[in-house]
Design a protein around this ligand. Structure first.
Ligand code: NDP
Ligand code: MG
Length: 388
């Protein structure tokens, strides 16, 4: 048996974090858990840290420092709290780090993980959208390997010939279409957070579930794909595929199309990154093609799902636009989940922010954070003025 793989999970209490732990659970002796992190869920974090014998646990909310320390007292597991503690946990030496924090809150931790120079698995897509250039440049400098866990990007990664990208004609990103695919615009206007997070195929955290309902998730993924794969942006296309069986496709110059198929369960793409370049067993059953019986594809409706256009425009314009798109969306989604705005307001608010705020292109990580902070402030202000 080889050396145990040293693993850290940033966002261990979330949907992706738990799927990752589930895979580790099945072959415990192969892994050693270095650090686990969460934001507020002390109980979930402590439970996982004990169950998996983590060396260290960090909680993002500084006010929960004592709660975490007492939950892990006499276990020998070291603890820390606050945003800096998350970055310190990310910087601990490990062979494989899962970045599964939600939103741009994960950007600094992702950078810390990348600077540590091992394999960093990105489920957390928002840092790539807002600061793709900076993250990827740091990976090059520090010799880190970035592997995509997002199911579509993991699919593309498995099909993409990085040695001969000139032979690639296009990437086809598939979208499930989310829970409101067949709803009229009037019906969408009245949708509640509960309805928006009830995804037909995937079980995910609240933020990405809302993003799937607006299709902003696919918009963010378009930008994510542009960052990860050496291909022109206009060669990345989006198609709705309700069954979520084909996770994305790569078309070659000769007309051949390679697709990755699998169950709609994050454990498959995560397992791909966990074992890469080898393969590992997972509990997922083989696809039953007769039961699936058909694969449907359709164009996304640009009228009901304006988020796709906003993301495409942000990518084409470049500069600060992707960071503004992401930050305004994070704030609008939080407001929607909090029932302060309606479902259709999310994209409308993002569009307003993209039109009104036009700072110079960011040249550094600090610039990205400044744009992110300013966008959030302006978005919150705009939402309060509108609500008044
Ligand atoms: P969840 O909301 O389920 O989990 C988020 C995790 O991040 C939790 O552990 C949470 O801790 C922690 N966290 C939240 N905010 C902060 C913060 N400010 N500082 C530190 N930690 C924080 O999200 P998901 O697992 O669904 O998604 C994680 C990322 O992966 C997202 O970027 C998403 O877009 C992406 N992704 C998710 C997929 C899925 O199937 N869920 C599929 C593809 C991509 P706590 O529990 O304490 O709040
Ligand atoms: Mg995805």
């Amino acid at each position: 048996m080889g050396e145990r793989k040293r693993i850290s999970i940033l966002g261990a209490t979330g949907s992706v974090g738990q799927s990752t732990l589930d895979l580790i659970e099945r072959n415990r002796t192969a892994y050693e858990i270095v650090a686990l992190t969460a934001y507020r869920d002390v109980e979930g974090l402590a439970k996982a840290a004990i169950a998996y014998g983590a060396k260290h646990a960090a909680i993002g909310d500084a006010e929960r420092a004592d709660a975490l320390a007492s939950a892990l007292s006499e276990t020998g597991i070291t603890t820390a709290a606050g945003p800096e503690a998350i970055c310190e946990a990310a910087a601990m030496e490990a062979d494989w780090i899962m970045a599964a924090i939600v939103g741009c809150a994960g950007l600094k931790p992702v950078m810390a993980a990348v600077e540590q120079g091992s394999t960093v698995v990105l489920a957390n897509k928002e840092p790539l959208v807002s600061a793709g250039d900076v993250v990827l440049a740091a990976a090059k400098i520090h010799g880190a390997t970035i592997l995509p866990a997002d199911s579509e990007h993991n699919a593309i990664f498995q099909c993409f010939d990085f040695e001969r990208p000139e032979g690639i004609r296009r990437i086809v990103l598939t979208a499930s279409g989310g829970p409101f695919l067949d709803r009229s615009i009037e019906e969408m206007r009245a949708m509640t957070p509960d309805q928006a997070v009830a995804h037909p195929n995937w079980s995910m955290g609240a933020k990405i579930s809302v993003d799937s309902a607006t299709l902003m998730n696919k918009g963010l993924e378009l930008i994510e794909a542009d960052r990860l794969f050496p291909i022109a942006a206009d060669r990345i296309e989006i198609i709705v595929h309700r069954q979520s069986v084909v996770h994305s496709m790569v078309e070659y110059a000769d007309g051949s199309i390679l697709a990755q198929l699998g169950p709609p369960d994050m454990r498959t793409p995560i397992a791909h990154t966990l074992a890469w370049p080898d393969r590992m067993e997972t509990p997922m059953p083989s696809l039953d093609f007769a039961a699936i019986s058909r694969l449907d594809f359709e164009e996304p409706d640009p009228v009901r799902f304006p988020a796709l256009r906003l993301a495409r425009q942000s990518l084409d314009r470049g500069g600060a636009k992707p960071a503004i798109l992401n930050a305004a969306n994070e704030e609008a989604v939080a407001a929607f989940l909090d029932k302060r705005i309606g479902f259709l307001d999310i994209a409308a608010i993002v569009e307003d922010m993209l039109d009104r705020y036009d700072p110079p292109a960011p040249g550094s990580l600090d610039d990205v954070f400044a744009i992110d902070t300013e966008t959030r402030m302006r978005t919150r202000q705009m939402m309060t003025t509108k609500a008044a």
